[in-house]
Design a protein around this ligand. Structure first.
Ligand code: SAH
Length: 367
């Protein structure tokens, strides 16, 4: 158990490690060795960094540096192969991180995988990553909202979740292909700087391509704009969840601040890359937002956008006052969007039996 007084190496950029190494009077190439050990080899302790001389490893420890990889406190395995990890940090806080060996069911949805032979068991494995302890956004259908927000995760804690899960699954990018979705606990765009720093470390250090990562936001409009300007960024998903302002403000109180007009205007301005598409997520709530009229309103809202829609039938939970629509209504909703030319996918629930599915992450300690 790392002591609170220790400072974590995980989360430091190559540039920051370069300063640290220079301060220690070591040659500059040691920074790259540290960087590779932290993010590429994903060591759990400084004494495992075999490329560094013993003496420098000891010096790091004496100065109070530790790797700072979070610990797996609990692990729940679903019937469908999904694994929900409870991941603990040095201050005793924890989040959930989910391993989905066959992806999240929404897939990339751009057809790029079609016809690709399945190379390995985890060819489309996806890790669902948390960005905050709890969440402040207060979406009425989401269990994480019930926790409130405790704190932001640091860049090192965001990357650390992924390192811990990769190690546990014996998976090593870039040889093993892994997708990341920043759709776990928290609102990534309310922890923007740490999220962006984590993405860079994941690309440069861990070896996961930006094109294999997707961030989902509840709709923090100014940050969507900032995100579009980032030189290194993931793909973008926006949680739409309602087809008009009246409904959306009821389900997602943040809509009173950033309404659909502002949200959709920002989406229209978003600088998409070649062949890139936006994703809109839409949680279907029985007889609340799942009618044919709602579907037609969604079509109008996103008309002309290069986008696809992922439909998620509500994953239920204690304290959530909505019901899951029947399969038929979900298919009906999808049919209307598809008929209007909107590529629309139904995200299969993953790990519902272990509380690992969308909107169910609340640090449940029972299996
Ligand atoms: N805060 C971010 C990312 C986390 S939520 C966001 O809001 O986008 C990830 C997705 O799960 C969102 O699209 C959200 O609308 C959806 N979701 C939340 N609660 C859900 C539930 N109970 N059932 C199904 N999907 C849910």
């Amino acid at each position: 158990m790392p002591q609170l007084s220790q400072s974590a190496l995980l989360g430091l950029s190559l540039q920051e490690l370069t300063v640290l190494v220079a301060d220690a009077g070591q040659p500059a190439y040691r920074a790259r060795q540290l960087f590779d050990a932290l993010y590429g080899v994903r060591v759990a302790a400084t004494d495992q960094i075999s490329t560094l001389p013993q003496e420098f490893r000891r010096e790091l420890a004496d100065k109070g540096y530790a790797v700072g990889q979070p610990t797996i406190e609990k692990k729940f395995v679903s019937r469908d192969g999904t694994v929900r990890y409870l991941i603990g940090f040095a201050d005793g806080q924890s989040v959930e991180t989910v391993w989905m060996p066959e992806g999240d069911g929404g897939e990339t949805g751009d057809g790029s995988e079609a016809g690709e032979p399945e190379r390995r068991r985890w060819d489309r494995a996806t890790i669902c990553v948390s960005s905050q302890v709890g969440c402040a956004v207060d979406c009425q259908f989401c269990l994480t909202a019930l926790l409130g927000v405790k704190r932001n995760l640091s860049a090192g804690e965001i990357v650390g979740q992924i390192c811990a899960v990769l190690n546990d699954q014996h998976v090593s990018p870039p040889e093993d292909r892994v997708n990341l979705v920043f759709m776990g606990m928290g609102e990534p765009f309310l922890n923007y700087d740490n999220f962006i720093k984590a993405v860079r470390l994941l690309v440069e250090g861990v070896g996961i391509a930006e094109s294999r990562m997707t961030v989902s936001t509840a709709g923090i409009v100014p940050r969507i704009y900032d995100f579009g300007q980032e030189p290194v960024r993931t793909k973008l998903a926006i949680s739409l969840n309602a087809s008009n302002d009246e409904l959306r403000s009821r389900l997602m109180p943040l809509n009173r601040k950033w309404n659909l007009e502002k949200l959709i205007a920002t989406a229209r301005d978003f600088p998409l890359r070649n062949r890139e598409r936006l994703t809109f997520e839409y949680v279907l709530l029985h007889e609340v937002n799942d009618s044919a009229q709602n579907a037609r309103e969604v079509v109008e809202l996103i008309r002309g956008l290069r986008a696809k829609v992922n439909l998620i039938a509500l994953n239920p939970g204690p304290g959530i006052d909505f019901r899951t629509p029947e399969e038929e209504r979900v298919l009906q909703f999808q049919k209307i969007l598809v008929a209007a030319g909107v590529p629309t996918f139904i995200r299969r629930p993953r790990g519902r039996d272990i509380y690992a599915a969308c909107g169910q992450l609340k640090r449940t300690v029972e299996g």
